[in-house]
Write a protein that binds this ligand. Structure first.
Ligand code: CP
Ligand code: NVA
Length: 332
């Protein structure tokens, strides 16, 4: 037997197939138990710090609700109001928080910061998103596909369509490699994944039988796929000056009805980590629409609102999967 107790959750590349499947299965069990009203608490009396240097709706709420359901207490440290990164180094912060908390979530900019926290706090650290990675997201994405498609993980074929250097795409690629899945990155030449990330995924894939494909051809890239995945074209932490260039590069990679049809798979589903840019009901949406004349970005409203779209089930599954990560690494 194995257990994940006291392990940090920094990137999926740190886990093997069995360990990742264990977290996914645990999430499924915890979800069933919550629905049935039979959930047992494994985090009673634990104190958890939530560090957010970037905004969040899903990730923060998932950690808060997941912790509460399991009997733990959380302390939220937002982008302002603490000394982290301004007046106190991440290394010092790690040693301070490690003395008070049993687990720490971190969302921020560099992946290095989450590694430093894990190294110096002495408690499990969970990556809630960095510029490079978003591992908790992937557990929810895989669980959702597994629930809806009713297929074993190894048989699910994912195509990410958009910015091939996106943190979510990186995380999905590593997760797919660990789980032995087929994963396509459908992206323009200029935005193909960093050589280092791709090499890491291929190294894992060589052991698990996963297949990682990078292509610039949308039609060929989505053909036969089960899941079409999109994310924003400009991520948190990137400059607003990027919009013009990204729109130019990624307009041909917008997920439209035609793209969904090009899967030639009537059962194909659409996933998105959210928040999504599919209309002009938001402040940012209005601004971009005015500036560039586009009212939809990475996905059309038609696809987002279609029967094939499972994005809100996916959002709920963030909570069940994040709860599973906390229970697996910190639970009694
Ligand atoms: N998908 C995701 O991480 O959402 P939030 O930014 O709202 O946490
Ligand atoms: N790539 C996006 C994901 C948000 C959940 C970002 O980093 O802003």
């Amino acid at each position: 037997a194995f257990n994940l107790r006291n392990r940090s959750f920094l990137t999926l590349a740190d886990f093997n197939t069995r360990e990742m499947e264990y977290m996914l299965d645990l999430a499924e069990d915890l979800k069933k138990a919550k629905y049935a009203g039979t959930e047992q608490q494994h985090l009673k009396g634990k104190n958890i710090a939530l560090i957010f240097e970037k905004s969040s709706t899903r990730t923060r709420c998932s950690f808060e609700v997941g912790a509460k359901d399991q009997g733990a207490h959380v302390t939220y440290l937002g982008p302002s109001g603490s000394h982290i990164g301004h007046k106190e180094s991440v290394k010092d912060t790690a040693r301070v928080l490690g003395g008070m908390f049993d687990g720490i979530e971190y969302r921020g900019f560099s992946q290095r910061n989450v590694e430093i926290l894990a190294e110096y706090s002495g408690v499990p650290v969970w990556n809630g998103l960095t510029d490079e990675d978003h591992p908790t997201q992937v557990l929810a994405d895989f669980l959702t596909a597994h629930e809806v498609l009713k297929k074993p993980y190894q048989q699910i074929k994912f195509a990410f369509v958009g910015d091939g250097r996106d943190n979510v795409s990186n995380a999905l690629m590593l997760g797919a490699a660990v789980m032995g899945m087929e994963y396509h990155v459908v992206t323009p030449k200029e935005l193909e994944p960093e050589a280092e990330t791709l090499a890491k995924a291929n190294e894992i894939a060589a052991k698990t039988g996963a297949k990682i494909v990078v292509t610039n051809d949308v039609k060929a890239g989505v053909k036969g796929m089960d899941v079409i995945y999109a994310d924003v074209w400009v991520s948190m932490g990137e400059s607003d000056d990027m919009w013009a260039k990204r729109i130019e590069l990624l307009k041909p990679y917008q997920v439209t009805k035609e793209v969904m049809e090009a899967t030639e798979n009537p059962k194909a589903i659409f996933e998105h980590c959210l928040p999504a840019f599919h209309n002009t009901e938001t402040e940012v949406g209005k601004e971009i629409a005015e500036k560039f004349g586009l009212t939809e970005m990475e996905v059309t409203d038609e696809v987002f609102e279609s029967e094939q779209s499972v994005v809100f089930r996916e959002a709920e599954n963030r909570m069940h999967t994040i709860k599973a990560v906390m229970v697996a690494t910190l639970g009694d």
